[in-house]
Design a protein around this ligand. Structure first.
Ligand code: M6R
Length: 359
């Protein structure tokens, strides 16, 4: 039941604070200590390989930044449909992590079977604990997102991110590295911050009417926000059928900038972090060519770079590593309200299935 919402997707977007809180409680004690399964051992591991599809793959892409920066671990991420047929050499000291909401995605399951017997440990991060991926993993980490009905993945994604960040912190601890300031306690703020950013809805509803008129939309992000740009574009495509592309903002001048004119809205995701100035200079290149920029940033970012943009969506200020979790919300809302403006079937977009059990 939709619990008073018009669509399952709206319900699932709204449920994120509760879902994330549940995930945090499952993996973190009241004392602020991480409570992950004891078998999960990053000390003897030389490499982490993460494999998934679609939105779950973007969660892995974000996690690569975390594991590299926080736990100083070599990380490989790949989409399952490519990974499984590449037959990559696997060192025994690999931890293989498979991320899937359904736990039934055919390509992800096949990639897991390829790694079975080669990697030291197979870990499944799944929302459905009775699923095939869960059954075939050595260690199961349930997402605790609750049932996700809408084809577009929302709360599963933010729960995946939250748990992946906890895993990166655990890896750092086990490898004797200091945790970033405030971690893991800062994670407790996520549900409240998501709740706060859900309030940006009104503004996004208005801008979605404009976006619904566009033929092409570009999403830009840098660093940890690059996968969010990809996620924003994927969500928009699947729900509104508008052609959208996500790019690493530094790649703009290597081709995509040729697309820019006054008809192409460009959504820029840029919290005021160490890479902010770089992203802003890419954004200015877009504006100099008449591109209509929708900047998603925090109050400080808006003050510095808001001039000349078409619109600014202001997000709460957060510690750097939490930004990808928070910026998932406007990405979801943009897709949702643009689909509403276009009148497409939000919960059951054409040609798509919730669980892709054939390759
Ligand atoms: O069940 P899974 O997480 O393995 O599904 C993976 C993708 O099929 C899924 O994330 C898909 O990209 C969503 N429709 C995105 O919203």
């Amino acid at each position: 039941d939709k619990d008073g919402h018009k669509h399952f997707m709206a319900k699932e977007i709204a449920e994120q604070p509760v879902a994330i809180d549940r995930a945090l409680k499952a993996y973190m004690g009241d004392d602020g200590q991480l409570s992950l399964p004891a078998e999960l051992d990053f000390t003897k591991i030389e490499r982490l390989t993460m494999v998934a599809c679609g939105t779950a793959f973007y969660a892995c892409m974000v996690a690569k930044y975390w594991f590299e920066q926080i736990a100083r671990m070599p990380v490989e991420v790949d989409v399952a449909s490519e990974f499984r047929y590449r037959e990559p050499p696997v060192s025994e000291k690999t931890l293989a992590l498979f991320v899937s909401q359904s736990g039934e995605t055919a390509d992800t399951l096949a990639a897991l079977r390829y790694m079975d017997g080669k990697a030291q440990q197979i870990v499944g991060l799944v929302n459905v604990p009775e699923s095939s991926i869960a059954r075939e993993s050595d260690v199961i980490l349930p997402l605790h997102a609750g049932p996700e009905i809408s084809v577009a993945s929302t709360k599963a994604f933010t729960c995946q991110l939250t748990i992946l960040l906890l895993l990166a912190l655990r890896a750092a601890e086990q490898r004797g590295l200091p945790l970033p300031d405030g971690m893991p306690n800062d994670l407790r703020a996520i549900p409240g911050l998501i709740h706060q950013s859900l309030a940006g809805e009104k503004q996004i509803t208005a801008s979605a009417r404009g976006l619904a008129e566009a033929r092409d939309i570009i999403f830009l992000g840098r660093g940890q926000l690059y996968p969010l740009a990809l996620e924003g574009a994927l969500k928009l495509k699947e729900l509104s059928y508008i052609h959208a592309e996500g790019y690493a903002s530094g790649e703009l001048k290597h081709g995509p900038i040729a697309l820019i004119d006054e008809k192409v809205p460009v959504v820029v995701m840029a919290p005021r972090d160490a890479l902010f100035d770089k992203t802003v200079s890419n954004m200015q290149e877009v504006m100099a060519r008449g591109g209509k920029v929708i900047l998603i940033t925090d109050a400080e970012g808006a003050k510095i770079a808001g001039d000349g943009t078409h619109e600014v969506i202001v997000m709460p200020q957060v510690p750097d590593s939490l930004a990808p979790i928070l910026y998932a919300v406007p990405a979801q809302q943009i897709a949702y309200y643009t689909a509403i403006a276009k009148g497409t079937d939000v919960d059951q977009p054409r040609n798509l299935a919730k669980s892709v059990t054939v390759e």
